[in-house]
Design a protein around this ligand. Structure first.
Ligand SMILES: Cc1cc2nc3c(=O)[nH]c(=O)nc-3n(C[C@H](O)[C@H](O)[C@H](O)COP(=O)(O)OP(=O)(O)OC[C@H]3O[C@@H](n4cnc5c(N)ncnc54)[C@H](O)[C@@H]3O)c2cc1C
Length: 382
């Protein structure tokens, strides 16, 4: 066992990392960020490697891997940026909603093409008035025979405008006293009439591209409801967010390690006052802090992924991992920016991309404040 991984787990992580270095490369990842283009070629290559089917059960045509292996894959994939890892692996956590709640026909229509790399599955929870208060969904679906007609506005959905995107969307189907009741999940291909999807000029997530979605009398057949009407919050608020947060926590730890590696290499190479800046104790201590925080973050992500893999309750540990890994990416990339001086400001240095991802990481997927609230809820003496 190395780094708390079994030999098999280490080999798997190394395999994905080698794939990123040899088949993708940091230049491609940087180019996608700078040009704000989705990494379609890498997504297809990932499908050919079987990455999309890793945790889909064998009974549904997947490889039946566990969440720990998925976390290792995201960690390795995020070495040169969380956005790239999210573009390639983010559809997987949404696909698990199809695994858990999809009908055989929905699986045939969406899970199989996803595993082949033909479609992507963005998740659309947030709205202008429903951010941290995610259950405050106002986008409304009304029944019309065997169809539903949806009107409203969703916000931030990452990847909704890309070719082959099938949006998994949280929508209100009934007004109830408890806002978490009366919500449903719809499967909506982004070519459906009545949808207007606009890209947002965000600081981070430039490659996957976050969007706003306007729904104007969007008609979807009742067979496009995932699970039963009214089960929306159970699906999204519980199971979905748990696996999403484990994945992104592992990705933040992987991206933080990339930031440490780049800063360390730069500190050895950059000469000032006749010596590499690594020789200055202040720089070394920054690097020591960066590696220590990153190791701690990685271990927290592993603990959450391990508990989830074994089906153990882990609400607190997942929130802790999301909180600590995101704040680590933010603080490590900020120190990386300082170590790189002016050079860090250039896209070629990659550090400014990690730094931007760090700023997004404590907001997306549930803010740091919300993670702390959840941790404290679990700490209440009963
Ligand atoms: C680039 C990007 C990509 C995204 N991608 C997606 C996506 O693909 N799909 C999707 O559904 N969503 C996505 N999101 C939305 C993201 O999940 C929300 O931004 C996040 O949940 C926070 O919501 P908000 O931005 O409305 O902030 P708000 O909820 O308005 O929060 C503002 C501030 O108030 C604090 N706050 C709010 N409520 C409380 C409270 N109860 N206690 C203490 N503090 C509180 C917050 O912590 C924060 O500091 C994305 C966001 C970004 C920026």
């Amino acid at each position: 066992m190395t780094n708390f991984l079994t030999e098999e787990q280490q080999i798997w992580k190394d395999t994905v990392e080698r794939w990123v270095d040899q088949e993708v490369g940091r230049d491609y990842i940087r180019k996608c960020d700078v040009e704000r283009t989705f990494p379609f070629e890498a997504y297809e290559k990932a499908a050919q490697m079987g990455f999309h089917r890793l945790i889909i059960p064998e009974s549904d045509g997947g490889d039946g891997g566990d969440i720990f292996s998925y976390a290792l894959m995201v960690e390795a994939m995020a070495k040169y940026g969380l956005d790239f890892a999210a573009a390639i692996t983010g559809s997987t956590f949404t696909a698990m909603n199809l695994v858990l709640h999809g009908t055989p026909e929905q699986k045939r229509q969406y899970l199989e093409p996803f595993m082949r790399g033909d479609i992507r599955l963005p998740i659309s929870i947030s709205e202008p008035g429903a951010g941290s208060d995610a259950a405050n969904t106002q986008t409304r679906a009304e029944r019309d025979g065997d169809h539903w007609v949806i009107n409203g506005q969703k916000l931030w959905c990452s990847g909704a405008g890309n070719k082959g995107a099938v949006i998994i969307m949280l929508v209100r189907t009934e007004k109830k006293a408890d806002k978490r009741d009366g919500l449903s999940v719809f499967i909506i291909p982004n070519t459906t009439p009545g949808l207007t999807i606009r890209p947002l000029n965000t600081l981070a997530r430039r490659s996957i591209t976050s969007t706003e979605i306007f729904l104007d009398n969007v008609r979807v057949h009742e067979s496009q409801v995932l699970g039963k009407p009214g089960q929306g919050w159970k699906i999204i608020g519980g199971e979905h967010l748990q696996i999403e947060r484990i994945a992104i926590a592992a990705g933040y730890a992987g991206n933080a390690q990339g930031a440490v590696n780049d800063a360390l290499a730069y500190a050895h190479q950059r000469v000032q006052f006749g010596q590499p800046i690594f020789e200055f104790q202040v720089i070394r201590h920054m690097l020591a802090d960066m590696q220590t925080q990153t190791d701690a973050a990685r271990l927290m992500a592993y603990r959450a992924a391990d508990l989830a893999s074994r089906g153990q309750p882990c609400r607190k540990e997942v929130a802790m991992a999301k909180l600590f890994c995101s704040e680590t990416l933010q603080s490590v990339s900020r120190m990386g920016m300082q170590i790189m001086g002016g050079h860090g400001m250039l896209p070629d240095a990659d550090m400014e991309r990690y730094f931007r991802e760090g700023m997004q990481s404590t907001v997306g997927g549930g803010t740091s404040q919300i993670q702390r609230t959840m941790i404290a809820q679990e700490m209440r003496l009963r």
